[in-house]
Write a protein that binds this ligand. Structure first.
Ligand code: PLP
Length: 296
């Protein structure tokens, strides 16, 4: 299911603003202006990192958590990420003209820069949340399982696989989603070679068993530690859930009392079926959503 923003509408009544682009050290530039050199290693090698931050009321949601994860990603790639203050200034610059009434997604990107050496390339973009994403919050999604090809604990012993880092090398993630759509599903649930459910290509897996809200352990599996799931788990006990991190299988999820994908852009989206097997009706979607403060 595409998280790509809708194209801006051009009519006078348009409520979808165009893309905003801001470059570190330069400020806001026209959205159509080229900002990467031809030899930028982000483009040549997918050698870079990014974050996608939810924009609500014109402000970034959980920016500190995203900047923390970005600096962990930078450490894994040995990338000279600018300081959190410099990145926060860039975010503020990018959001200055964003209409507060429009829910948005801000991408913060840092690539290794030119192949011949030099500074990292750092920029931010802001776009409106795609209508397909808004629809999935209301209607839920179906997913197809797809193997990532390695065991659930493989990335623990293989730092070069960059487990837990949010790199710009998302070609596999996007190919997985295209493959799922060709199977008639909305998205993918990645599965390890030893059969465990891991995460989606752009989302964290969360499920409910009785009163226990569960997710997959990030450190042990090398999945991306989701900021949205972290927020849910930090606040879930306030509204009566127990919480746990554990491994599960796609088959076992059919017995869960709710299965969701969570992400900064999507918020909480109910998974209605996995490989054509219907999941139980999730009765707690609104309770989770209200914890996040996202509209349906
Ligand atoms: N897992 C992957 C692979 C992702 O790309 C994302 C988000 O982009 C997530 C999980 C969810 O993370 P977050 O809740 O921080 O957006």
């Amino acid at each position: 299911m595409s998280d790509q923003p809708d194209p801006p509408t051009s009519s006078a009544e348009s409520t979808v603003p165009g893309r905003i682009v801001a470059v570190l050290g330069r400020g806001v530039v026209p959205a159509t202006e080229p900002i990467l050199r031809a030899d930028d290693l982000g483009a040549l090698r997918g050698d870079g990192i990014f974050e996608t931050v939810h924009i609500r009321g014109g402000r970034p949601w959980m920016l500190r958590e995203h900047l923390d994860r970005m600096s962990r990603s930078a450490a894994r790639l040995e990338l000279a990420l600018p300081s959190p203050d410099a990145l926060t200034d860039l975010v503020t610059t990018a959001l200055a003209e964003w209409p507060p009434a429009v829910e948005g997604a801000l991408r913060l990107v840092c690539t290794r820069g030119p192949e011949t050496g030099g500074d990292v390339t750092v920029y931010a973009t802001v776009t409106a949340i795609a209508s397909t994403v808004l629809g999935s919050r209301r209607n839920g999604i179906t997913v197809a399982t797809a193997s990532l090809g390695f065991a659930a604990d493989a990335r623990q012993r293989a730092p070069w696989l960059l487990g837990g880092a949010k790199t710009v090398s998302y070609a596999v993630n996007m190919a997985s989603q295209r493959w799922a759509m060709a199977q008639g599903a909305d998205d993918v649930l990645w599965v390890s070679a030893d059969g465990y459910a891991l995460e989606g290509p752009t989302s964290t897996l969360v499920w409910l068993t009785g009163s226990t809200l569960c997710t997959v352990p990030a450190e042990a599996t090398g999945i991306l530690a989701g900021t949205t799931a972290r927020w849910l788990f930090d606040h879930a006990t306030d509204v009566g859930f127990d919480i746990d991190e554990r491994l599960t299988t796609p088959g076992a999820l059919a017995d869960a009392d709710g299965v969701w994908f969570t992400s900064s852009v999507r918020g909480v989206v109910e998974i209605r079926a996995i490989d054509g097997v219907k999941m139980r009706n999730a009765t707690d979607t609104e309770r989770l959503r209200s914890l996040l403060g996202y509209g349906a």
